[in-house]
Design a protein around this ligand. Structure first.
Ligand code: ADP
Length: 274
């Protein structure tokens, strides 16, 4: 829990606490390797508070890795990831940035919710127990308050009647809507969506995307969306980042990227998926 090793190659000064100006997410020269394979090579990008950013690009280009780094499911090999004015991957000792302790990681991570491709619900718990688990056990909410909030969220995702069901009795689309409610139950500032419809039968996709469109329209939560659903990206995203081999090769509004892609690699990718 106490790693005092001083990080090299971090020349950042502590940003001013001007929350409004400050990006919600900032990747600063982030390096990620798996063995010798460099997946992200000094990646820089920012996401503004309340912004919805879609990450698109060919399979294997590093999109999911970016979400997994933000959830601290993987360590970075270089650079710093910031969440607001807090370095996610590092923490200050005096004025020096050192690798973050497990406790610091847990604290920053609690500001982020993630929905995965394969739902990842707890199979032995009911729907409402899935949703209230973290609010009760991580945030220390009362059972009553957590259950009341869970019922609101279930209503929002159209599953008010499924509170006491077990996940195995639900369709994939219903399970994914429970997973969305569970992610929102912790009131995250950031919602990460990782290919949330790619494990679903085609007829169930529309319901899940509809719920996410509603959430995008009715909240100011910052969203980072990895998707192959270009229609969804076009509707929901303020900005699209096109990845190829761990680099951002093009970025712009959905209108610009989908109607007037400039790079040949982007054109080829869109031709293949649209
Ligand atoms: P995308 O989401 O764009 O499909 P990923 O982020 O999943 O891409 O993967 C980027 C690259 O990192 C791929 O080459 C993949 O094989 C590799 N990779 C991802 N996770 C691991 C892992 N746990 N171990 C080894 N290689 C990995």
């Amino acid at each position: 829990d106490n790693d005092d090793s001083v990080e090299q190659a971090v020349s950042m000064t502590k940003p001013e606490a001007e929350a409004a100006e400050q990006p919600m997410i900032r990747f600063d020269q982030v390096v990620k390797r798996f063995g010798k394979h460099v997946v992200l090579d000094h990646l820089d990008f920012t996401v503004a508070r309340g912004e919805r950013v879609a990450l698109i690009g060919p399979s294997g280009s590093g999109k999911t890795t970016i979400l997994r780094l933000l959830m601290t499911l993987e360590p970075v090999n270089g650079g710093v990831i910031w969440v607001g004015d807090t370095p996610l991957t590092h923490q200050y000792r005096g004025t020096t940035l050192v690798k973050a302790s497990a406790r610091h990681l847990r604290e920053v991570r609690s500001r982020i919710g993630m929905v995965f491709q394969h739902f990842n619900l707890f199979p032995n718990m009911t729907v409402i127990e899935n949703i209230t688990e973290a609010p009760i056990h991580v945030r220390g909410e009362s059972k009553e308050a957590a259950r009341a909030r869970a019922r609101e969220l279930l209503d929002m995702v159209g599953l008010a009647d499924k509170a006491d069901a077990h996940p195995s009795t639900l369709s994939g689309g219903q399970q994914q809507r429970v997973a969305i409610a569970r992610a929102l139950a912790m009131d995250p500032e950031i919602l990460l969506l990782d290919e949330v419809t790619s494990a679903l039968d085609p007829e169930l996709v529309a319901d899940v995307l509809g719920v996410l469109r509603d959430i995008a329209a009715s909240t100011d939560i910052t969203m980072l969306i990895v998707t192959h659903e270009m229609g969804f990206a076009r509707d929901v995203a303020d900005r699209v980042l096109v990845f190829d081999e761990g680099r951002i090769i093009e970025e712009g509004t959905p209108e610009r990227i989908f109607s007037h892609p400039e790079r040949e690699r982007t054109q080829a990718f869109l031709k293949a998926v649209l």
